[in-house]
Design a protein around this ligand. Structure first.
Ligand code: CAA
Length: 269
């Protein structure tokens, strides 16, 4: 998702620094951006020069210190509280004091991330949807201490990125995943209990509810590890057994069947 966010920001004319922990991830990210923009070149919605200019606006680095001049950082690391808090601590040290620190987290508390920095007022959630270049929504999450000016700046930035900001308070899973993930988890339970085949479950939701993808295909697309992490955040956060992750989801993650990214999930890729 980090590559998708870098792509939309560069396409909107911003200078972008894409930072990751190893070069191989940066190479993979730039390749994904190239492929995504090429779709638009092929459809004559972008010319080759414009595509080149967008890519030229994206610098890559493994050095977090390279973000020292950024006016905003959008963190899009693994959905893990310990990793994200570590990153926010480092960002707080290396960035300008007035820089906004945003997280693309799908469910982790923005209030907790803000609390490890000296700028909880400038910490906010900017939750993009996958695939980032296509999906219009950015869910904007205000932590307990997020200030009105930070919120206003991020809302207007989101619009400059060509996206639609919709805001909510900081609560487990926010709105998007509080509603989406229990549906996906329930579809996995239906498969687990032999209620229907994967094709029937997905077909029923596609044809019957007009969803572009069935819930099992969508889970593969999001990543089964991400789905499990989000279910755990909902389960822990609300303490309600209705959010218990399906054992089949746990088993697939244990097996390393993480969906599209690993070549196998509920479907084979
Ligand atoms: N980059 C750029 N463009 C892309 C793209 C990408 N990675 N993937 C698809 N597209 C474009 C295509 O070029 C095409 O554009 P046009 O119609 O303008 O020509 C359009 O998207 C549709 O693509 P396809 O025809 O190839 O395929 P499709 O019609 O099956 O659509 C899809 C693909 C957009 C992914 C669609 O299946 C869909 O909307 N799926 C649901 C996605 C969804 O629910 N996302 C949210 C997941 S939850 C999340 O992200 C948050 C979280 O916290 C877990």
């Amino acid at each position: 998702m980090g590559a998708g966010i870098a792509q939309v920001a560069a396409r909107a004319g911003f200078a972008v620094i894409m930072r990751d922990v190893a070069d191989e991830f940066l190479v993979r990210g730039v390749k994904a951006i190239d492929k995504s923009l090429q779709r638009d070149v092929d459809k004559e919605r972008l010319n080759a020069d414009e595509k080149g200019a967008i890519i030229a606006r994206i610098k890559t680095t493994t050095d977090i210190g390279a973000l020292s001049d950024a006016f905003i950082v959008v963190e899009a690391a693994t959905e893990d509280l310990a990793i994200k808090t570590e990153i926010f601590r480092s960002l707080d040290k290396v960035t300008k004091p007035d820089a906004i620190l945003a997280s693309n987290t799908s469910s982790i508390s923005i209030t907790k991330l803000g609390a490890v920095t000296r700028r909880p007022d400038k910490t906010i959630g900017m939750h993009f949807m996958n695939p980032v270049p296509v999906m219009k929504l950015v869910e904007i999450i205000r932590g307990a201490a997020t200030s009105d000016p930070t919120y206003e700046q991020v809302r207007s930035l989101t619009e400059r990125l060509g996206k639609i900001p919709l805001d909510c308070q900081d609560s487990p899973g926010f709105v998007s995943n509080r509603v989406l993930m229990p549906m996906i988890n329930e579809a996995i339970f239906a498969l687990h209990e032999g209620v229907a085949t994967r094709e029937s479950i997905d077909g029923i939701m596609k044809l019957g509810m007009n969803h572009p993808m069935g819930p099992l295909a969508l889970a593969d697309f999001i990543g089964l590890d991400v789905c499990l992490a989000i279910m755990n955040v909902l389960h822990d956060g609300f303490g309600d057994s209705k959010y218990r992750p399906c054992p089949l989801l746990k088993r697939y993650v244990d097996a390393g069947w993480l969906g599209k990214k690993s070549g196998r999930g509920f479907y084979e890729y």
